[in-house]
Ligand binder design. Sequence first.
Ligand code: AP5
Ligand code: ZN
Length: 214
Amino acid sequence: KRLILIGPPGSGKGTQSPIIKDEYCLCHLATGDMLRAAVAAKTHLGVKAKEAMEKGELVSDDLVVGIIDEAIKKPSCQKGFILDGFPRTVVQAQKLDEMLQKQGVKIDKVLNFAIDDAILEERITGRWIHPSSGRTYHTKFAPPKISGADDVTGEPLIQRKDDTAAVLKSRLEAFHKQTEPVIDYYAKKSIVANLHAEKPPKEVTVEVEKVLSS
Ligand code: AP5
Ligand code: ZN
């Protein structure tokens, strides 16, 4: 399957992705994760992306389209993929269509993580990440087994630099202005499935599974 996950910051895309990935053996392409890795490694790409990310604005279409164009051609992504956080603008969606056309394939489903903005601040400010594995926790909704440390490795958890209430405001603004039109773009193709992303993680997983098995 070829899937797109769309939703505002904190809507649960990164939480559901590994579950879908394991179940369907798909490759998981998260532009946010790829960009954060580039920033940490101080690559050319990372240097260009850093400022926009810290402000909660979108990185330029050219940069992210380049990353996805390269990743999507890899042999490991030929059976299917999950795009998490891409496309985020209509231009990105059009470029993606061009890439897929060349491969003679198309998107099967767009999972829309629909949720009210008001819930997101608590989710974002309580998120903690295990940097080497990408495992995500939440102080209240998904607490680590050992407090202050990762449950499996015992290594410390970190918070994302953009996970503050102030930066969240810009990220939400970018979502409503630039990314919501992408949902309409795919709605016209009748491939959007709306999820109740405000429900607890396990209930969201059940909804995802229903959509993917239909
Ligand atoms: P990105 O990394 O994509 O961030 P985002 O879209 O803001 O999404 P998040 O990762 O914050 O949320 P999520 O939905 O994955 O939530 P999660 O599951 O972790 O992008 C970062 C930046 O990179 C952008 O601002 C931009 O600058 C740049 N960028 C990336 N892609 C780009 C693109 N295509 N174009 C241009 N720029 C781009 O959950 C959050 C928390 O809530 C966790 O603690 C989790 O445990 C908890 N939680 C999850 N689900 C539930 C639930 N159902 N109930 C209760 N708690 C839950
Ligand atoms: Zn994420």
